[in-house]
Write a protein that binds this ligand. Structure first.
Ligand code: ATP
Ligand code: MG
Length: 143
């Protein structure tokens, strides 16, 4: 069980490390909401998490292809929904059971998850100054 907590992350390397360290907390079927403004560090965290699962290849921001999946254990779906109005028509629902889903711009997920299939964790990324980021974990029951 992940508890609500918050850290100041000083640089990009530390953000990757945080993602890598958290990788073992998640399992197939978990949906992780990555909230935060453009450039707040969501993709950087996802890169670290994938590295923590042993992914040695590139992790591109799925800005244009929207969904990118990785054959890790568990398999990961990395989504960036910034460019769409909603999740409908993209196919993200096809990954919810089979993958660990990392969702950037999860505001667009509204209406997809039922009460029984709530997201597993919300992670908020706040840019404080040009380098430091405040990262806050919020489990669904404390929203
Ligand atoms: N402490 C930090 N943690 C993460 N990234 C940082 C940090 N300090 C500076 N950066 C820089 O901020 C940028 C974060 O970019 P990233 O693609 O991770 O953001 P994002 O939240 O995914 O944005 P978008 O919504 O546009 O996809 C990178 O250029 C990175 O080098
Ligand atoms: Mg991103």
């Amino acid at each position: 069980m992940i508890e609500a907590q918050s850290w100041t992350i000083p640089d990009e390397a530390a953000m990757r490390l945080l993602g890598a360290q958290m990788a073992s907390e998640f399992k197939q079927g978990d949906v992780i909401y990555l909230h935060g403004n453009l450039g707040a560090g969501k993709t950087t965290f996802a890169r670290g998490l994938l590295a923590g699962l042993g992914w040695m290849g590139e992790v591109r921001s799925p800005t244009f292809n929207l969904l990118q999946d990785y054959p890790t254990h568990p398999p990961v779906l990395h989504a960036d929904l910034y460019r769409v109005a909603s999740w409908e028509g993209i196919g993200v629902e096809d990954y919810l059971d089979s993958h660990l889903c990392l969702i950037e711009w999860p505001e667009r997920m509204e209406g997809l998850l039922t009460d029984e299939e709530v997201f597993h964790l919300r992670i908020e990324f706040d840019a404080e100054d040009p380098s430091a980021r405040q990262v806050t974990l919020t489990p669904p029951q404390s929203c």
